[in-house]
Design a protein around this ligand. Structure first.
Ligand SMILES: Cc1cc2nc3c(=O)[nH]c(=O)nc-3n(C[C@H](O)[C@H](O)[C@H](O)COP(=O)(O)OP(=O)(O)OC[C@H]3O[C@@H](n4cnc5c(N)ncnc54)[C@H](O)[C@@H]3O)c2cc1C
Length: 77
Protein backbone atom coordinates (compact mmCIF):
# COMPACT_ATOMS: atom_id res chain seq x y z
CA UNK A 1 0.00 0.00 0.00
CA UNK A 2 1.98 2.97 -1.25
CA UNK A 3 1.47 5.91 1.12
CA UNK A 4 0.48 3.68 4.02
CA UNK A 5 0.78 5.23 7.46
CA UNK A 6 0.87 2.99 10.52
CA UNK A 7 -1.83 3.29 13.16
CA UNK A 8 0.42 4.75 15.82
CA UNK A 9 -2.54 5.87 17.94
CA UNK A 10 -3.35 2.19 18.44
CA UNK A 11 0.16 1.56 19.79
CA UNK A 12 -0.11 4.62 22.02
CA UNK A 13 -3.44 3.37 23.38
CA UNK A 14 -1.70 0.12 24.32
CA UNK A 15 0.84 2.10 26.34
CA UNK A 16 3.70 1.68 23.90
CA UNK A 17 5.97 4.72 24.05
CA UNK A 18 6.83 6.43 20.77
CA UNK A 19 9.82 8.65 20.07
CA UNK A 20 8.95 12.33 20.39
CA UNK A 21 10.21 13.24 16.91
CA UNK A 22 8.35 12.99 13.60
CA UNK A 23 9.37 9.34 13.22
CA UNK A 24 7.35 8.20 16.27
CA UNK A 25 9.48 5.09 16.57
CA UNK A 26 7.96 2.64 19.05
CA UNK A 27 10.04 1.71 22.09
CA UNK A 28 11.12 -1.92 21.98
CA UNK A 29 14.08 -4.07 22.90
CA UNK A 30 16.24 -4.56 19.79
CA UNK A 31 17.23 -8.04 21.00
CA UNK A 32 13.79 -9.60 21.42
CA UNK A 33 11.35 -7.00 20.03
CA UNK A 34 9.37 -6.75 23.25
CA UNK A 35 8.01 -3.25 23.74
CA UNK A 36 8.08 -1.23 26.93
CA UNK A 37 4.76 -2.95 27.67
CA UNK A 38 5.67 -6.37 29.01
CA UNK A 39 4.33 -9.16 26.81
CA UNK A 40 3.63 -6.97 23.79
CA UNK A 41 6.02 -7.50 20.90
CA UNK A 42 6.29 -5.70 17.58
CA UNK A 43 7.42 -7.23 14.32
CA UNK A 44 7.81 -5.92 10.82
CA UNK A 45 7.45 -2.49 9.37
CA UNK A 46 5.69 -1.08 12.44
CA UNK A 47 9.04 -1.23 14.26
CA UNK A 48 10.17 1.75 12.18
CA UNK A 49 7.30 4.02 13.15
CA UNK A 50 6.74 6.49 10.31
CA UNK A 51 9.94 5.26 8.65
CA UNK A 52 8.02 2.59 6.80
CA UNK A 53 10.61 2.63 4.01
CA UNK A 54 13.42 1.35 6.25
CA UNK A 55 12.11 -2.17 6.83
CA UNK A 56 11.46 -4.68 4.12
CA UNK A 57 10.72 -8.38 4.01
CA UNK A 58 14.48 -9.06 3.83
CA UNK A 59 15.40 -7.16 7.00
CA UNK A 60 12.31 -7.77 9.13
CA UNK A 61 11.72 -11.46 8.62
CA UNK A 62 14.01 -12.28 11.56
CA UNK A 63 11.76 -10.34 13.98
CA UNK A 64 9.29 -13.20 14.39
CA UNK A 65 12.05 -15.72 15.04
CA UNK A 66 13.60 -13.55 17.76
CA UNK A 67 10.18 -13.00 19.34
CA UNK A 68 9.38 -16.71 19.37
CA UNK A 69 12.78 -17.57 20.84
CA UNK A 70 12.18 -15.02 23.62
CA UNK A 71 8.66 -16.24 24.37
CA UNK A 72 9.70 -19.90 24.43
CA UNK A 73 12.65 -19.06 26.71
CA UNK A 74 10.29 -17.25 29.11
CA UNK A 75 7.77 -20.10 29.08
CA UNK A 76 10.52 -22.57 30.02
CA UNK A 77 11.68 -20.47 33.02
C1 LIG B 1 4.75 -1.01 -3.34
C2 LIG B 1 5.59 -1.82 -2.37
C3 LIG B 1 6.55 -2.69 -2.87
C4 LIG B 1 7.34 -3.43 -1.98
N1 LIG B 1 8.30 -4.27 -2.49
C5 LIG B 1 9.06 -4.98 -1.66
C6 LIG B 1 10.07 -5.87 -2.15
O1 LIG B 1 10.25 -6.01 -3.36
N2 LIG B 1 10.84 -6.54 -1.26
C7 LIG B 1 10.66 -6.41 0.08
O2 LIG B 1 11.37 -7.05 0.86
N3 LIG B 1 9.70 -5.59 0.58
C8 LIG B 1 8.91 -4.88 -0.25
N4 LIG B 1 7.96 -4.04 0.25
C9 LIG B 1 7.82 -3.94 1.68
C10 LIG B 1 6.99 -5.10 2.22
O3 LIG B 1 5.72 -5.11 1.57
C11 LIG B 1 6.83 -4.88 3.69
O4 LIG B 1 8.11 -4.78 4.30
C12 LIG B 1 6.07 -6.04 4.35
O5 LIG B 1 4.84 -6.28 3.72
C13 LIG B 1 5.83 -5.66 5.80
O6 LIG B 1 5.18 -6.73 6.44
P1 LIG B 1 4.48 -6.47 7.81
O7 LIG B 1 3.94 -7.78 8.22
O8 LIG B 1 5.41 -5.74 8.71
O9 LIG B 1 3.32 -5.43 7.50
P2 LIG B 1 2.06 -5.58 6.54
O10 LIG B 1 2.38 -6.47 5.37
O11 LIG B 1 1.63 -4.17 6.27
O12 LIG B 1 1.01 -6.35 7.44
C14 LIG B 1 0.31 -5.71 8.46
C15 LIG B 1 -1.06 -6.36 8.48
O13 LIG B 1 -1.75 -5.94 9.67
C16 LIG B 1 -3.10 -5.69 9.31
N5 LIG B 1 -3.65 -4.81 10.34
C17 LIG B 1 -3.40 -3.49 10.54
N6 LIG B 1 -4.10 -3.04 11.60
C18 LIG B 1 -4.79 -4.09 12.08
C19 LIG B 1 -5.69 -4.26 13.16
N7 LIG B 1 -6.00 -3.26 13.97
N8 LIG B 1 -6.22 -5.46 13.35
C20 LIG B 1 -5.90 -6.51 12.54
N9 LIG B 1 -5.05 -6.41 11.50
C21 LIG B 1 -4.51 -5.22 11.28
C22 LIG B 1 -3.02 -5.08 7.92
O14 LIG B 1 -4.25 -5.19 7.27
C23 LIG B 1 -1.93 -5.94 7.29
O15 LIG B 1 -2.45 -7.10 6.68
C24 LIG B 1 7.15 -3.31 -0.60
C25 LIG B 1 6.17 -2.45 -0.13
C26 LIG B 1 5.39 -1.71 -1.00
C27 LIG B 1 4.31 -0.80 -0.44
Amino acid sequence: MTGYQPNLAFLRDLGIELSMDEVSKPTYNEENYETNVKGIYLAGVICGGMNTHRLFIENSREHAEKILIDISRKIKH
